[in-house]
Design a protein around this ligand. Structure first.
Ligand code: F6P
Length: 320
């Protein structure tokens, strides 16, 4: 049984990280275990920017996007020397286990730390991209998808008014999950994602035929990893002759008050992570599969690449 643990958020923030950290802290305190908060991810750990937490430190945050602990992308953590220094900073304070809330890069950093030092580590998947292997859900993906839908609804109004093509770029450097679910639920005509090759020439011919047959407007949802929105928009405008506009949603989709799903799931994951860590378990990630909390081996989570559910890509094609 561990007596002292720490929690951090790392990498790109995601709505619900606060709910997860809050659950880790309150569960640990409920179990009579000391809990530390590390500010600004691995960077903060290297800078010894951490503090012992009380229940009130996580008050008034469940409804907030972002992360009250702060986050960072840390180059120094990629070196064994950096990780050893971070480990020492934990040992100096008597911290015996660490919960890392973040995406695949952050969990990779956690996995290396555990391998090199034996420190008990539990990870939680926190990223809007929903691309952590072994879990069909990551903290923040639901809020981000809802933010995109809100944008799509608005873009539809103006696209319809002018009979235009709209190309909407959403996040997803390596993953098309956000583009796909937002495209399906927003009724997009085309969804372009990094996981699937597409033929823009053929899409343009198809688009032009539908437009000439009376289709009022056309919505293309493009994941950022599948191409440059300006280039795709210009290509479509030139090939089809249809008035085309481009909208890049950017970091708006990373912020905002988390949805009920993100709050509840993040809280469940946070509780499980704290309990596991306190009981001495290590090298696991808690995620969801088919609506239930599951454990995933940390090493497996960071060495395998999650594939997009083919049912989604199929559905997107059928519904066009
Ligand atoms: O969190 C992952 C992600 O949202 C990617 O989809 C995107 O490419 C990236 O973050 C952007 O990160 P940054 O905030 O560092 O620009």
């Amino acid at each position: 049984m561990l007596k002292s643990i720490a929690v951090m958020t790392s990498g790109g923030d995601s709505p619900g990280m606060n709910a997860a950290a809050r659950a880790v802290v309150r569960t640990a305190l409920y179990e009579g275990v000391e809990v530390w908060g590390i500010n600004n991810g691995y960077h903060g750990l290297l800078e010894e920017d951490m503090f012992k937490m009380e229940s009130k430190n996580v008050g008034d945050i469940i409804q907030r996007g972002g992360t009250f602990l702060g986050t960072a992308r840390c180059k120094r953590w990629k070196t064994p020397e950096g990780r050893m220094m971070g480990y020492q900073h934990l040992v100096d304070r008597g911290i015996q286990g660490l919960c890392v809330i973040g995406g695949d890069g952050s969990l990779r950093g956690a996995s290396l730390l555990s391998e090199e030092t034996g420190l008990p580590i539990v990870g939680l998947p926190g990223t809007i991209d929903n691309d952590v292997w072994g879990s069909d859900y990551t903290i923040g993906c639901d809020t981000a998808a809802n933010t995109i839908i809100d944008a799509i609804n608005k873009l539809r109004d103006t696209a319809s008014a002018h009979r235009r093509v709209i190309v909407l770029e959403v996040m997803g450097r390596n993953s098309g999950w956000l583009a796909t679910v937002a495209g399906i639920s927003g009724g997009a005509e085309y969804i372009l994602i990094p996981e699937e090759k597409y033929d823009l020439d053929a899409i343009c011919s198809d688009m032009k035929a539908a437009y000439d047959a009376g289709k009022r407007y056309i919505l293309v949802v493009l994941a950022e990893g599948a191409g440059n929105a300006q280039e795709v928009g210009s290509f479509i405008a030139e090939k089809t002759g249809i008035d085309t506009r481009v909208s890049v949603l950017g970091h708006i989709q990373r912020g905002g008050s988390p949805t009920v799903i993100d709050r509840v799931r993040a809280s469940q994951l946070g509780e499980q992570a704290a309990l596991a860590l306190i009981s001495g378990l290590s090298d696991i990630v808690f995620g969801f599969s088919k609506g239930h909390v599951v454990t995933i081996n940390l090493h497996d989570a960071v060495t395998n690449k999650k594939k997009l559910d083919p049912e989604y890509t199929h559905l997107a094609k059928v519904l066009f």
